[in-house]
Design a protein around this ligand. Structure first.
Ligand SMILES: C[S@@+](CC[C@H](N)C(=O)[O-])C[C@H]1O[C@@H](n2cnc3c(N)ncnc32)[C@H](O)[C@@H]1O
Length: 210
């Protein structure tokens, strides 16, 4: 059986209908954001391994998480967990500015190189602990966390504007639910479940211990 090589169709089949996001997927070749040995299969809707025992997100799931944020193109966005930068590149097409935090310096370096080669300019990739957010560029209109933890790290709530949206896999890593939250004056309000998922663990001061 041959696997379908069409990420645009995979996102549509997963329920994504926002034309701006679908166009972003069409204009962002994933082969530029995976290790070279996986480039040939980059258009298959599957995660691929990256160094440090991590894996990239499944593209259609990334698309659903981005879709849930309802970005309008003018926002300040924080991404926690850059990986090789594919999701970052999609976010950059739908935001004014993106800050993306990756805990492993070599992954952040690879993502920076991939994004630069692709011509993405409105992104700052930083190495650090994303559970602490990135106060220097806060507040954020939207936050996407692409690693799993049972609760949303409090610094991320503090750095999200009132009315802003946050999406995170809630669970212990391996079998969790991606949840969309909205920021109110009182804190976070759960809006809806986006998808079941299997993510790597969120590791850091407000996440799992190393
Ligand atoms: C699912 S992977 C990468 C997803 C990526 N956004 C993509 O498009 O494929 C999750 C990433 O989160 C990173 N990570 C885990 N805990 C982190 C933390 N506290 N701060 C920053 N990055 C973290 C991992 O190193 C890993 O690269």
């Amino acid at each position: 059986m041959s696997l379908r090589r069409d990420l645009h169709a995979a996102a549509r089949d997963a329920g994504v209908s926002d034309p701006r996001l679908l166009e972003a997927i069409q204009r962002t070749p994933r082969r530029e954001f995976v290790p070279p040995e996986y480039a040939e299969d980059a258009d298959i809707d599957e995660p691929v391994p990256i160094p440090h025992q991590q894996v990239t997100s499944q593209p259609s799931l990334s698309a659903r998480m981005i879709d849930a944020l309802e970005l309008r193109g003018d926002g300040q966005v924080l991404e926690v967990g850059t990986g090789y930068g594919y999701q970052t590149a999609l976010l950059a097409r739908l935001a004014k500015q993106v800050v993306s935090i990756e805990r492993f310096g070599s992954l952040a370096e690879a993502a920076r190189a991939n994004l630069a080669r692709h011509g993405t300019a409105n992104v700052q990739v930083v190495t650090g602990d994303g559970t602490q957010g990135w106060p220097a560029a806060a507040p954020y209109d939207a936050i996407l966390v692409s690693a799993a933890f049972p609760v949303v790290p409090p610094p991320l709530v503090e750095q999200l504007v009132e009315g802003g949206r946050l999406v995170q896999p809630i669970g212990s890593g391996g079998a969790e639910e991606v949840i969309l939250f909205g920021r109110t004056a009182d804190g976070l309000q759960r809006l809806r479940k986006v998808s079941p998922a299997r993510f790597v663990r969120l590791t850091g001061r407000h996440g799992f211990a190393d």
